[in-house]
Ligand binder design. Structure first.
Ligand SMILES: [Cu+2]
Length: 719
């Protein structure tokens, strides 16, 4: 772990400059950036778990719940994220932050009290019941009080592949960026032309990329039909413009989509977030994320776990602010001559937990169950407690681990989840413990005091949860030697590539291919090894939709030699032909393969792919127990796989994959063979027909030949 982590640090170093360089003093002239050191810590209070959406139960004739329905509105509002007072009670003057979030009728999961309509970032939690489908109507209400579509909170970059509801010419936008004619942000591409200081006119076509806002919600880690998956092209705007794969399970308003989730997978902590093409980084940062927990009433492990007030979601997200409390996000791209606004990474300079910056939580002397999500765009966290106390991870992305994993630190990357048990039983009253992050990447002295700290726990009086003994095997679907999935029938290699600009990497590709490349085809029900070869300097965070997979191994390799051969075979990305794999990875491998750590021996939907390493995952395109999906995964628009560092995902590190039936796989061959047989038969019939009709002539010809032969002396006769 230490070795991998040092690689990670190395990888992140080049990406980290943003997080440390913009911490500048507040300007009196303009709204400046908020110095994170000026924000008092542990004043914000987390008082319990996030509110939970209240479903409308649909029952059968016997009163049995057969579906749970929700209406969720996506809106803009203000939330008090920064603390209002310091530790001595003196007002900080920090205002509310303009955010986007999810809202609906919700209740307090501890008291059961109906809280009415709640809108927040992260949004209220879903608590789904295993095998009871949920139906969610996701409504795009990003409009102002008069119903007019709102603008985006951050600069939309029309030079990358994106939802593009107004059909802005991407090539033309790229040409303008190359000529230095992109407008600065603000105003960005806001529908008006802009006169640059040199007198030239930016945005001469008066494109509006900022409004209306296309959104689409994806249930991350969910095993769901592709039509309900919330893929990048399934977006819709508040004024009813729809992306190419827009779908609604039941008819609804044009600014909404209804998705159905079967909830048939193992109980676990999933999350939902926006996934609109080329906008995900901006929308998740604006606040569009929340947890979706699947609970199984027959779960024997859950019966032994702390619940209600002792079961706390911990959504960790890094954020930066302006002095007026508004969110800061870069307004200038890493390589503005290529893309005016897109950066290759963004790291915030504070940590927000459950929508509050640097909060404290009072805990009782007992055990707590924390469902941790790294909901940051790009930030990795190496979490530990300031008193060094151990804790136990029992769940990962897709369910319980094979066995409880005792830890003193936990490395978690964007989109990953970790369910951990922490025991405060033996701590004296008043003890304060910091949940700290040692995955620091820039100015260590500064970051120790900022993003190196996540939240505080204060041990208070009261009866806590007495820890219970857990079974040594938590997850029967993971019994046997690791990986427990059957051997693959196919191995696919994906080389992670970057192109470079003058200030760092720009578009990144999976296997050198762009988002528009033909989808990868996989046969439903089969098992494949997907091998991610990472010759770049950056860690990547690979995520597959639809499936939960297992990490097989990681292995170092000679990146220079490998890329030399890969480039000889393929040329420079982006490729305009199918990627050619190197004949063998073996010559490039360095040292032994490294098996996943015990806390990675569980179901995963997102995997840390370190620089200079080849990471192999095993994927079965079926439910976790090997049975078929309870829906036809071969229909609909298909799925995607991508890097979950959101700035990478948006700048082309995403591809499509579709599932096909085993018979579909042979259809081209069957058609070809059938066509050949029909052609041969037609020729034979034609020949027979001609033979019958032209028979006399043919005999004539034969006799002519015979006569000719008779006139020609044979060599023997001549002699
Ligand atoms: Cu990446």
């Amino acid at each position: 772990m230490k070795r991998l982590f040092s690689l990670l640090l190395f990888a992140s170093l080049s990406l980290a400059l943003v997080s440390t360089t913009f911490v500048s003093p507040v300007s009196s002239q303009t709204i400046g950036l908020l110095n994170p050191l000026s924000i008092p810590k542990w004043v914000n209070q987390l008082t319990g778990p996030l509110p939970v959406f209240l479903p409308t139960n649909v029952t059968d004739a016997n009163g049995k719940v057969i579906r749970q329905d929700y209406v969720v509105n996506i809106t803009q509002f203000y939330q008090q994220i920064l603390p209002t007072v310091d530790s001595s009670g003196k007002p900080t003057g920090f205002g509310e932050t303009k955010v986007w979030g999810y809202g609906g009728i919700a209740y307090d999961p501890v008291t059961g009290q109906n809280l009415g309509y709640v809108e927040s970032t992260p949004g209220p939690t879903f608590e789904a019941i295993r095998n009871i489908p949920s139906q969610v109507e996701w409504v795009n209400d990003l409009v102002d009080s008069s119903g007019k579509p709102l603008p985006e909170l951050f600069p939309v970059d029309p030079t990358i592949m994106w939802a593009n509801p107004d059909n802005i010419n991407m090539t033309e936008a790229q040409i303008q960026a190359g000529e230095g004619l992109a407008p600065p942000y603000p105003p960005g591409y806001n529908g008006s032309s802009y006169t640059l200081p040199n007198g030239q006119i930016a945005n001469p076509d008066q494109w509006n990329a900022q409004s209306p806002v296309p959104i689409v919600t994806h249930l991350h880690g969910g095993e769901d039909p592709s039509a309900d998956d919330g893929g990048p092209d399934a977006w819709y705007t508040p004024n009813g413009i729809h992306g190419s794969t827009y779908n609604t399970a039941v008819p609804t308003a044009p600014n909404a989509a209804v998705y159905q989730y079967p909830n048939s997978q193992e109980p676990t902590t999933l999350w939902y977030h926006d996934h609109a093409l080329g906008l995900t980084r901006l929308h998740v940062y604006a606040g569009l994320s929340g947890l979706y927990i699947i609970k199984d009433p027959s779960d024997q492990v859950a019966a032994e776990l702390p619940s209600t007030q002792f079961d706390i979601p911990v959504v960790i997200q890094d954020r930066s602010f302006y002095t007026d409390g508004s969110l800061y996000y870069p307004t200038e791209g890493s390589n503005p001559q290529i893309s005016p606004y897109v950066t290759d990474t963004f790291l915030g300079n504070t940590n927000m937990v459950d929508g509050k910056v640097w909060p404290n939580m009072n805990v009782k002397q007992g055990e707590y169950y924390f469902n941790i999500l790294d909901g940051s765009n790009d930030r990795y966290y190496n979490l530990s407690f300031s008193n060094g106390m151990p804790f136990t991870q029992i769940g990962s992305d897709g369910g319980y681990l094979k066995a409880p994993a005792p830890l003193t630190s936990l490395l978690i990357g964007p989109a990953e989840r970790a369910d951990i048990l922490v025991n405060f039983s033996n701590l004296t009253l008043g003890t304060k413990i910091i949940l700290q992050n040692t995955a620091l990447t820039g100015n260590i002295t500064l970051e120790d005091q900022t993003v190196g700290q996540v939240m505080q726990f204060t041990v208070t009086n009261g009866e806590g949860f007495a820890p219970k003994t857990l079974p040594s095997i938590l997850n029967p679907t993971l019994a046997g030697t690791w990986p427990t999935l059957p051997n693959p029938t196919k191995t696919l290699i994906f080389t992670l590539t970057e192109t470079s600009g003058s200030n760092g990497s720009m578009p990144m590709y999976l296997d050198g291919q762009t988002w528009t490349a033909p989808p990868v085809k996989v046969v439903v029900g089969t098992t494949e090894d997907w091998v991610f070869v990472n010759p770049t300097d950056s860690v990547h965070q690979m995520h597959l939709h639809l499936v939960q997979f297992q990490i097989v191994q990681r292995q170092a390799f000679n990146t220079t030699a490998y890329m030399a051969e890969w480039t000889t075979l393929n040329g420079k990305p982006p490729l305009d032909h199918p990627t050619i794999d190197v004949p063998s990875l073996d010559p490039y491998l360095i040292g032994p393969p490294i098996p996943p750590a015990p806390n990675e021996q569980g179901w995963k939907d997102t995997v840390q792919v370190y620089p200079g390493e080849i990471t192999t995952i095993r994927v079965r395109f079926a439910q976790q127990d090997g049975t078929p999906f309870p829906f036809d995964a071969t229909v609909g628009p298909g799925y995607v796989f991508h890097c979950h560092l959101l700035e990478h995902e948006d700048d082309d590190m995403m591809r499509a994959f579709i599932l096909i039936n085993p018979t579909q796989n042979i259809i081209p061959e069957v058609i070809l063979i059938t066509v050949i047989i029909l052609l041969v038969a037609a020729i034979l019939i034609l020949l027979m027909f001609r033979q019958g009709k032209l028979g006399n002539k043919k005999i004539e010809n034969t006799s002519n030949i015979k006569a000719h032969a008779e006139k020609t002396p044979r060599p023997e006769t001549a002699r």
